[in-house]
Write a protein that binds this ligand. Structure first.
Ligand code: ATR
Length: 277
């Protein structure tokens, strides 16, 4: 029987996950499919019923359904519960399981690009306070980053997210970013600013210390203006594509029984699909 997998979102046409899983299916010579299914929030319960009935072995969940699926699971991983959202689902012994692999993907890419980063990251600066920021903070805290400075356009969201990680995360004003840059070992943009079609991310990096890691989870374009400026100033740029690739690994392994590798060939395939700046 062909193992069928899905990504459900609304919209979902833009998702590059089928490219990733299709590459791995071919690479490992596996029979299976990975399909985009446009599922608006109101139709999520009906779709989950199809999964439980055996039509699929599992799949991914993207915006705006990641939070909606959580209460529909039989087993949510500790990370999914901490995130309040699941992005990876699978059936196991007739029960529906869900995990959130965004933090894993973020960390795995950072590990690959900057080995030893955690040992030299005492203070991190996070821009944005949405779901992606929550995943990044969860990952950094898990790796022992002791001080996380958080800024967001809407300050109340930064304060609320900071409260979920007491003693580690401090909320600051967006206007103070320039003065926080110099004391940070790692800076992460989790907002959509700088993405094609979105406003630019305008922050003053003049105080950036050489060797500071600057990670942008935006990957369209691959080198965002933030990363280009960080590079010019001697920072270590880390792009957002790797997080997308690595977050896909645990799901593929659950569904198809092979732990896939994030290779240069896979990256090149995705890069070819991303419009140039
Ligand atoms: P995600 O789950 O991908 O993190 P989200 O929850 O919608 O998505 O969060 C988007 C983030 O980008 C938020 O931090 C948002 O700031 P607000 O909380 O103030 O909305 C930020 N963001 C989006 N557009 C922005 C803009 N034009 N200027 C500043 N921040 C912006």
């Amino acid at each position: 029987m062909t193992r069928r997998c899905f990504i459900i979102g609304h919209p979902v046409a833009h998702s590059r996950s089928p490219l990733i899983h299709g590459h791995w299916l071919a690479e490992y010579g596996l029979t299976g499919s990975y399909e985009r299914v446009d599922v608006p929030p109101t139709e999520v319960p009906a779709f989950i019923a199809r999964l439980r009935a055996g039509e699929f072995v599992g799949g991914n969940v993207t915006v705006p359904n990641k939070e909606i699926v959580l209460p529909l699971l039989d087993e949510a991983s500790a990370t999914a519960r901490a995130m309040g959202a699941a992005n990876t689902l699978w059936m196991e012994d007739g029960r529906l399981h869900g995990d959130n692999t965004d933090a894993y993907g973020f960390l795995a890419h950072l590990d690959a690009c900057v080995p030893g980063w955690a040992e030299r990251t005492r203070t991190a600066l996070i821009l944005g306070a949405g779901g992606a920021a929550r995943a990044v903070i969860h990952g950094l805290a898990e790796r022992g980053v002791g001080r996380i400075l958080l800024v967001n356009r809407s300050p109340e969201r930064a304060v609320e997210l900071a409260a979920a990680f007491p003693d580690v995360v401090e909320a600051h004003d967006w206007q103070d970013v320039a003065s926080l840059v110099g004391g940070s070992d790692l800076i992460v943009n989790t907002t959509s600013l700088g993405m094609h079609g979105q406003p630019p991310l305008e922050i003053d990096l003049s105080a950036l210390r050489p060797g500071t890691i600057v990670d942008d989870i935006v990957y369209v374009p691959l080198e965002t203006p933030l990363l280009a400026e960080a590079r010019r100033r001697g920072g270590i740029p880390v792009d957002g594509l790797g997080m997308l690739l690595h977050q896909a690994v645990p799901g593929f392994e659950r569904w198809f029984g092979v732990r896939p590798q994030v290779t240069e060939a896979l990256r090149a395939k995705l890069e070819a699909d991303i419009p140039r700046a």
